[in-house]
Design a binder for this molecule. Structure first.
Ligand SMILES: C[S@@+](CC[C@H](N)C(=O)[O-])C[C@H]1O[C@@H](n2cnc3c(N)ncnc32)[C@H](O)[C@@H]1O
Length: 384
């Protein structure tokens, strides 16, 4: 009997600021998420649900299984708490055990000591249970000890590489945005696949590609594997989850998505990535200065990640660029504009106060996500 045959408490790690977005995704997948502390959301499910979460969630960073939680102010309490978990149900005899630790506002803050005490407790339990020494020659099982306010939570990672690694972006452009953040920006916008979408600073194409995946209903994790697929003591559920994901795809969907960038190398990269993601026929990519971007279509949505000036250009150039971006979008007054920037005076140079501002993090960098709502469509006159 292994824990993977029964009900599990599943933890979804997401970026700070987008917990509500990830929760919404979980609800749409049919789960009942609870809590959203420090970017962690939990729900109950089976091992198949663990894999579904890995394959289908667009905005989550990682999926873990919660093994236990307890108070730990001393190493003795940590050792006892970790030892109380039935490790024989979690780890096979040949498991390669990797222990990671994190600590916030806790008395136990020495991470390497926390890791080695926890590993000692796990190895001790398994040696007693299997009556033999462990050789750790099998699949890797990553255990995390997270200490917050002296409460330890022990989890098992199921994702392996972070979920932003969809598999399509193998080449890195200038300051690319994470796929999960791009997906969150799309989810936070009013865009839906019936509306046009433009990213005038598309770089390596992440935002247009993520939108096309949404439009065609392609699950973001379909083209990659996850750490838990290698667990020798877990059921093989990949095929059934993959079949579900395949059955939802709508490849014939018409989409009006464009990406522009002044750098031709970035556009080449964007096209390559779109091909790898299987969406190249759905996105129009073109080398163009943002100042020349326009559209005859109405009520579209701009979602973009312009340069922040940190590495890409000087502050003086940035001010001019934002002012010109503001002028460009004046010609698209029915369009909604969403832009992420760490530059605090973005609104000043863009020339307009945002209708809404939300704090988001691009990796570790604190940014604002600015929302400018376009003119609403005119109501047709009633014939009565
Ligand atoms: C922060 S990067 C965008 C990264 C992109 N989201 C990605 O995931 O790869 C900003 C991009 O703006 C482009 N850029 C700078 N000035 C521009 C301009 N005047 N018109 C269009 N693109 C411009 C840069 O070439 C760069 O690729």
């Amino acid at each position: 009997m292994s824990i993977f045959d029964g009900q599990l408490k599943i933890e979804v790690a997401t970026a700070s600021g987008i917990e509500a977005v990830t929760k919404r995704e979980l609800l749409r997948l049919g789960y009942e998420p609870s809590g959203a502390n420090f970017g962690r959301i939990t729900f109950d499910g089976t091992f198949k649900d663990v894999l579904r979460a890995n394959v289908f969630l667009r905005t989550a960073n990682r999926i873990r299984i919660v093994l236990g939680s307890f108070k730990a102010e001393t190493f003795d309490e940590l050792f006892d708490g970790v030892s109380a978990i039935d490790w024989k149900e979690v780890l096979p005899r040949d498991a390669k055990i990797v222990v990671d630790a994190k600590s916030k506002n806790s008395k136990l803050f020495a991470l390497s000591a926390t890791q080695s005490v926890a590993k000692k407790a796990i190895v001790n339990c398994l040696t007693n249970a299997y009556h033999t020494a462990l050789d750790e020659s099998g699949a890797e099982y990553d255990v995390e000890i997270s200490l917050v306010n002296d409460e330890a939570t022990v989890t098992l990672d199921t994702s392996g590489d972070g979920l932003h690694k969809r598999g399509y972006r193998t080449y890195l452009g200038d300051a690319p945005i994470r796929e999960t953040l791009a997906a969150a920006m799309i989810e936070l916008s009013v865009w839906n696949p019936d509306r046009p979408l433009i990213d005038p600073f598309c770089g390596s194409g992440t935002i247009p590609i993520e939108a096309a995946l949404v439009g065609l209903k392609i699950a973001p994790g379909m083209s990659r594997n996850f750490a838990c697929e290698k667990f020798s003591n877990a059921p093989d559920v990949r095929e059934v989850v993959q079949d579900e994901a395949e059955s939802l795809i709508d490849r014939d969907r018409m989409l009006k998505i464009s990406g522009f960038d002044i750098n031709p190398e970035a556009i080449k990269l964007a096209v390559k990535h779109a091909k790898r993601a299987g969406v190249e026929s759905k996105i129009h990519f073109q080398t163009m200065d943002m100042r020349d971007v326009s559209s005859k279509l109405s009520h579209g949505v701009i979602i973009t990640n312009p340069p922040y000036g940190e590495r890409l250009m000087s502050e003086a150039e940035l001010k001019v660029l934002y002012a010109d971006f503001g002028k460009m979008t004046k010609g698209l007054d029915e369009w909604c504009v969403y832009a992420i920037s760490s530059y605090k005076a973005f609104e000043k140079y863009y020339g307009k106060r945002a209708d809404k501002t939300r704090k988001l993090y691009n990796s570790e960098l604190e940014c604002n996500f600015y929302t400018y709502l376009g003119k609403a469509p005119e109501k047709k006159e009633s014939k009565l």
